[in-house]
Design a protein around this ligand. Structure first.
Ligand code: PEP
Ligand code: MN
Length: 329
């Protein structure tokens, strides 16, 4: 923790600060640092509430916490042995593929089988869709549970599904292997807590424009509330255009470096176009992503949601081949 002062400070003021520090952060050791004091040796769990109280002191310019102090569990997450199920990232690049939303049974099952044959390790199985328009298709809801359960039985592949409400978690977790916390819900802390308690693996997307710190604090919520198997997913800040890079690869690498967790990339929602998504997926693999969460299906042209960014099975198959072939070299 770095406490920066406004200019020089009196001895009485320092004594008042030390008194406050002893109360707020017992055991903290302070040493002088440029323009202030650097604190170590305190319990990170006490730091978040200490910061505003220290900032309240006249003469304090700012109080800053390092990422390891803000989210100690997330920063140490990679030191735990990574679970091999439902997705084994140690064995190589992971493809999670499927349509944007589960719609009709026959086409979902056809997609599931074809995507497995083309190299998918898990299926996108979204029953609840967070849509910008309340008039737009919101997903088939729980009626789709029997469809995705059939796909799981047929393919043997794990299911990745987005939960948009705490009340969905229990039923989704009874069938699905990974609960996706979507970009819009990265900051829905009650949802994160409930997903963590379910015991299922959790995939946490970065919200648009969220900083690394905000993303990792959301990961901290999940880990603190019992998530044992966590993966992150970079989904970009905005829709791809000539002046927007789509995915933030520097952020992706930094998330991997600081947490040691697997970090996937979503090239579909960051580009909104299937040709661009393919190119972005290749870039993501080169940039160090551990896998992809990508929209692909047997019938993108009939999809009610995101059809234009959904890869055909043929292009998904070409993509898995290209990525795996490059990784082997
Ligand atoms: C999704 O992956 O289905 C999705 C809705 O993406 P995002 O949360 O990144 O918008
Ligand atoms: Mn989509």
């Amino acid at each position: 923790m770095l406490i920066r002062f406004e200019g020089s400070v009196s001895r009485e003021w320092k004594a008042a600060l030390n008194k406050r520090l002893a109360g707020l952060l017992p055991g903290a050791k302070a040493r002088p640092s440029a323009g202030g004091l650097l604190l170590s040796g305190f319990a990170p769990a006490l730091a978040a509430d200490a910061v505003p109280l220290l900032e309240n002191m006249p003469g304090v310019l700012e109080v800053k916490l390092a990422l390891e102090e803000l989210c100690p569990l997330a920063c140490a997450a990679g030191t735990r042995h990574p679970p091999a199920r439902p997705l084994d990232f140690r064995r190589g690049f992971i493809f999670i593929a499927g349509p944007c939303a589960v719609e009709e049974e026959a086409s979902y099952l056809a997609s599931a089988l074809a995507l497995k044959a083309a190299g998918a390790h898990a299926l996108r199985a979204a029953l609840f869709k967070p849509r910008s328009s309340p008039y737009a298709f919101q997903g088939v809801g729980f009626a789709g549970l029997k469809i995705i359960a059939k796909a799981k039985k047929l393919t043997g592949l794990p299911l990745v599904t987005e939960a948009t409400d705490t009340r969905q978690i229990e039923r989704l977790a009874s069938v699905c292997d990974v609960l996706q916390m979507g970009a819009r819900n990265m900051r829905n802390y009650e949802l994160l807590k409930e997903a963590a308690r379910s015991g299922r693996a959790v995939l946490l997307k970065r919200a648009m424009r969220a900083t690394l710190k905000e993303w990792l604090l959301s990961a901290e919520y999940l880990l603190m509330h019992g998530a044992k198997n966590l993966m992150l997913c970079e989904r970009g800040d905005a829709v791809f255009s000539s002046d927007s890079p789509g995915l933030d690869f520097a952020m992706l690498r930094e998330a991997k470096r600081t947490t040691g967790l697997p970090v996937l990339a979503d090239p579909s929602h960051s580009t909104r176009d299937r040709a661009l998504a393919c190119a972005m997926a290749l870039k993501a693999a080169r940039a160090g992503a551990d896998g992809l969460l990508i929209e692909a299906s047997a019938e993108p042209q009939t999809a009610r949601v995101d059809g234009r960014q959904t890869l055909t099975v043929e292009s998904f198959s070409g993509l898995t081949g290209a990525i795996l072939c490059k990784k082997k070299r």
